[in-house]
Design a protein around this ligand. Structure first.
Ligand SMILES: [Fe+2]
Ligand SMILES: [Fe+2]
Length: 301
């Protein structure tokens, strides 16, 4: 039996500490986010917790790392530079795939800084026709027996709203990519920040129903997401088999509850078309601060 492909999945690092913002940078939704960070979030998202998690991840030597958004907090230009440096500690752009979250689009101007710093980590294998076009979603990367489809739900929203949206065009492109790959010997993984599931109105994926319908029609072997900052597994009914949708906690969350403490998943992907296997291993922070295995189970479609 051949060696499984090991995909690591971490999300929502919400990298700190926050650089000191200029007064003009706070004349926006950022002001609310900055107050929120100072009041509470900086104690929930800790660099030492994140470092412990990523140290453990490095030790497992995954074949690829998928990061499902919310790398930054209030989308200050300096945060994107900081996040780029952090990404480089995880690996080069060929070995690490990123999709953005709502915090990475905290204000409308965020996109320019995000693309400047992160575009090599958010690019498909085949460059898009327009050489000036960066950060185009969805993107497709093939690594071994795995096809990674990175999508963006990141949109700027008013204060206290954390919704996401794919849009009709992106949903159609994702469906086509998945459909084209359906008969190939590849394990199709969709990377998305917002879970494509029913959720509270202020933080939901606005077009979750339309996306679920598209997924059901063409199928996918795995959907991975962040945003909820909690371990989760939900199955979506598909026309030719069910689709697992898996969420992980924030990788930088200090251990408060077992479901929310900083963690990441490893997916051991083996088999072949029609007979895939995938073992899911969750590793994360224990109350002691040590990182250990939290859960292990096999997917069956
Ligand atoms: Fe988040
Ligand atoms: Fe989020």
């Amino acid at each position: 039996m051949s060696k499984p492909f090991v995909l690591a999945h971490l999300s929502d690092p919400h990298l700190g500490p926050l650089p000191r913002p200029g007064v003009r940078e706070l004349v926006s939704k950022r002001l609310f986010g900055y107050i929120n960070w100072r009041r509470s979030r900086r104690r929930l998202h800790r660099r030492d917790a994140l470092d412990a998690v990523t140290r453990d991840l490095h030790g497992r030597q995954p074949d690829h790392v998928a990061i499902t958004g919310d790398l930054v907090n209030i989308a200050l230009p300096a945060e994107f530079v900081h996040a780029r440096r952090w990404l480089e500690t995880l690996g080069g752009p060929a070995d690490v795939s990123v999709v953005p979250g709502n915090h990475d689009a905290y204000v409308a101007a965020a996109g320019i800084h995000r693309d400047q710093q992160w575009s090599p980590y958010m690019a498909g294998d085949v460059p898009v026709d327009d050489p000036n076009s960066v950060g185009t979603f969805p993107y497709l990367r093939r690594r071994g027996s795995v096809a990674l489809i990175g999508v963006s739900t990141a949109i700027a929203t008013p204060p206290f709203i954390a919704t996401g949206k794919l849009g009709e065009h992106q949903i159609a492109c994702i469906a086509k990519m998945l459909d084209d790959l359906r008969t190939e010997n590849v394990f199709r993984v969709v990377m998305i920040h917002h879970p494509p599931l029913p959720s509270a109105r202020h933080k939901c994926l606005i077009d979750a129903v339309a996306f679920q319908r598209a997924l059901a029609a063409v199928g996918a072997e795995l959907v991975i997401h962040g945003h909820d900052h909690v371990h989760s597994l939900v199955w979506i009914a598909g026309n030719s088999g069910r689709i697992p949708v898996i969420g992980v906690p924030s990788a930088s969350a200090v251990a408060t509850t077992k479901q929310r403490a900083g963690a990441y998943n490893l997916y051991f992907i083996g088999g072949s078309l029609g007979a895939w296997t995938c073992e899911v291993v969750s590793r994360g922070l224990r109350p002691s601060g040590a990182v250990a295995e939290l859960n292990r189970f096999a997917l069956s479609w």
